[in-house]
Design a binder for this molecule. Structure first.
Ligand code: MN3
Length: 208
């Protein structure tokens, strides 16, 4: 579970070493992605909240859902930067050392029920991730009790659903190693998913 849910936001350390995801995600990408890109969202969010005492104490997810009611340009600033913090923490927390892992138990059963097979699920999620034009994310979410794949643009969060897995398809997530070949990055990402984390999220979504 993530601590530090309110202002001032800090960049929590990765739950593994920077080189832990090699050879699928390289160490340099992890340094840039976590220490520079995520840090920038955190700094920008803190700078915006410093000037907005009325919303400063809202937890991260409430900031995101409240953003719609804020005047422009504060609305965009909060949506993009609070979303950037939430989405990146969510992404980093679900990764782990390479393994042949796949989900077990209820999650595997329900993936098979929804998508046919685990391989079909992976190809559907990959297709969704490839379909994101420009920057954004592909997600595995729970909609009511139903698994579903959705995509979001920029740093938007799929607020209508309970998310359990995301794929960051911003080029900064893969460009150093995979260049422009997003498909190869997605294949590599499937080698480093921490399915225990995803299964735990699934359990939490189902009891909401
Ligand atoms: Mn990113």
């Amino acid at each position: 579970m993530t601590e530090n849910n309110t202002y001032p936001f800090i960049n929590l350390p990765l739950p593994y070493a920077y080189d832990a995801l090699e050879p699928f995600i390289d160490e340099q990408t992890m340094h840039l992605h976590h220490d520079k890109h995520l840090q920038t969202y955190i700094d920008n969010l803190n700078a915006a909240l410093e000037k907005e005492p009325r919303i400063r104490q809202l937890p991260l997810k409430q900031l995101i859902s409240y953003a719609d009611r804020l005047p422009q340009p504060l609305q965009n600033t909060i949506r993009n930067n609070a979303g950037g913090v939430y989405n990146h923490r969510f992404y980093f927390d679900q990764l782990t050392n390479p393994s042949d892992g796949k989900p077990t138990g209820a999650l595997l059963r329900d993936i098979n029920k929804t998508f046919g097979t685990f391989d079909k699920f992976k190809s559907d999620l990959k297709a969704a991730a490839l379909s994101v034009f420009g920057s954004g994310y592909a997600w595995l979410v729970v909609d009511g009790k139903q698994l579903k794949i959705v995509t979001t643009a920029n740093q938007d969060v799929p607020s209508r659903y309970c998310p359990i897995l995301n794929i960051d398809v911003w080029e900064h997530a893969y460009y150093l190693k995979h260049y422009n070949v997003r498909a190869d990055y997605i294949d590599d990402l499937f080698q480093i998913i921490n399915w225990n984390v995803v299964e735990e999220r699934y359990k939490q979504c189902l009891i909401k």
